[in-house]
Design a protein around this ligand. Structure first.
Ligand code: AMP
Ligand code: GLY
Length: 448
């Protein structure tokens, strides 16, 4: 076998994507002494744009030949892909050459996220624990199935819908309504052409992300996301309202089980089908009474899980991403800061529904100045932009990821909330209870 290519001393990187996850990745990349230049596909994000150079916009629309040629012209050594869309569309297949590596899986491997029916089939072949599920392509068949099964269920569009095509249904009426929305109204377009109806699992949710280089699997510290928009886990699902890392929900032994019963069999099953997985493999898990079960796979870093992960990651992200893309992870060491990081997402009024843009944002400097001697705050931009007058304004539903590093989860959560209180824009809201579920579950009971 050819020896994996060593990471160049000076590496020119192209980063695809423009949200909070990509700001966190860019923030970590620019700390690397190996970084020569950083190119960005989405420089509208005001946090990101300060860290790199914008690609000419036409390379994204003129087809893969032009994109590839531009990468050659500016000497891109490594492409890091943030979001799932380009991966599912085959960007890794298009841009990887013998001169250039891509951090992110091929289109075939990205089906694990882009096609939930495919993911269920691979899990079945690999005997990976997951919710019992049936796939439907005909609306009548889905309705008949629901009539015969009146227990709570979860209904999902099989295709990509930016984390929103999932309905957790308590009653048969809610389930029928979800089928109508997905299969008839087609609120998510063709993504609802196939739906999955699966058993509702009960437990705490956990995000375990791993770097996979084809063979070697390196589990990152576990994180917990908070999907629902309102405090107390109420309201519709969002892309994620806040996350912290590490979580005490799983100990080392359980993580080993997650590795050997979920990650290893999935990567092996794909390889048996001729699909080599390279990049981040993210398992969304439910810790049920019967053990960890997979809710979904993603083929990228989570957003906002990436923000706490990057603030804790020690070492050089250029080297780590290179080693993953080159198939050289076994020679790499990955360490995390022992402190806890908590990211609270500040949103625009109305999110995850329609919202207004263009609200002036103030207070980020004051927020980042908070914290004691062993604490820090970093504010990652998700949906922000600069006007021609230089004002920082909102431009998305999730606007900022206010990320605090402190000795304990409670201290990190309090610091993140205090930092959010320094930041202002009209209509802003955020959850104050990121991490509370686990803090409540792990509080020592008093003996009366
Ligand atoms: P997914 O995009 O598949 O992760 O689903 C989004 C969210 O829906 C998850 O983070 C869970 O909160 C919830 N969910 C998905 N599948 C299930 C399930 N089988 N049981 C309970 N909740 C689920
Ligand atoms: N935070 C959940 C996701 O990135 O899918």
């Amino acid at each position: 076998m050819a020896r994996p290519r060593p990471c160049p001393d000076r590496c020119t990187v192209l980063l695809l994507g423009g949200g909070g996850r990509e700001h966190a990745l860019a923030w970590k990349l620019v700390q690397s002494p190996r970084l020569e230049r950083l190119w960005l596909t989405n420089p509208q994000n005001a946090g990101l744009s300060a860290l790199g150079e914008p690609c000419p916009p036409e390379i994204l629309t003129r087809g893969s030949f032009h994109f590839d040629r531009w990468c050659d012209q500016v000497g891109i050594d490594l492409v890091i892909v943030g979001p799932e869309g380009p991966l599912a569309d085959g960007i890794a297949d298009q841009l990887a050459t013998d001169r250039r590596l891509v951090f992110g899986p091929s289109a075939n491997a990205a089906q694990l996220e882009a096609d939930k029916a495919f993911a269920k089939e691979v899990m079945r072949q690999a005997a990976v624990p997951t919710a019992e599920a049936r796939v439907f392509e005909r609306v009548e068949a889905a309705r008949e199935y629901l009539e015969a099964h009146d227990e709570p269920c979860v209904i999902k569009a099989s295709g990509l819908c930016a984390g929103k095509g999932v309905y957790v249904c308590e009653t048969p009426a809610e389930a029928q309504e979800a089928i109508d929305q997905l299969m008839i109204t087609r609120v998510f377009g063709d993504a609802g052409g196939r739906v999955i109806i699966e058993e509702k699992l009960i437990g705490q949710e956990l995000s375990v992300l791993a770097l996979v280089d084809g063979r070697t699997i390196w589990l990152l510290d576990p994180a917990q996301d908070h999907k629902q928009v309102h405090e107390g886990d109420r309201g519709p699902n969002t892309g994620g309202m806040g996350a912290y890392c590490p979580t005490p929900l799983v100990d080392h032994a359980t993580l080993k089980v997650i590795e050997s019963e979920i990650f290893v069999p999935i990567v092996d099953a794909l390889r048996r089908d001729g699909i080599e997985y390279r990049g981040v493999l993210y398992a969304g898990l439910m810790l049920t009474a019967g053990g960890p079960k997979v809710l979904e796979f993603n083929c990228r870093f989570g957003d906002p899980e990436c923000q706490p992960l990057m603030t804790r990651l020690q070492g050089d992200l250029v080297e780590i991403a290179w080693a993953t893309a080159a198939g050289n992870l076994d020679a790499q060491t990955i360490d995390f800061d022992p402190r806890v990081s908590c990211c609270v997402v500040m949103c625009s009024e109305g999110y995850p529904g329609p919202y207004e843009k263009g609200k002036v944002i103030t207070g980020i400097e004051a927020a980042e100045a908070l914290g004691g001697p062993d604490e820090s705050v970093k504010v990652f931009h998700a949906g922000t932009t600069r006007t021609s007058d230089g004002d920082l304004v909102t431009s998305g539903g999730r606007v900022l990821g206010v990320t605090a590093l402190a000795a304990t989860l409670a201290a990190a959560r309090d610091l993140a909330n205090a930092a959010c209180a320094e930041i202002h824009f009209e209509g802003s809201f955020h959850r104050h209870d990121i991490g509370d579920r686990v803090l409540a579950a792990t509080e020592t009971p008093t003996n009366h």
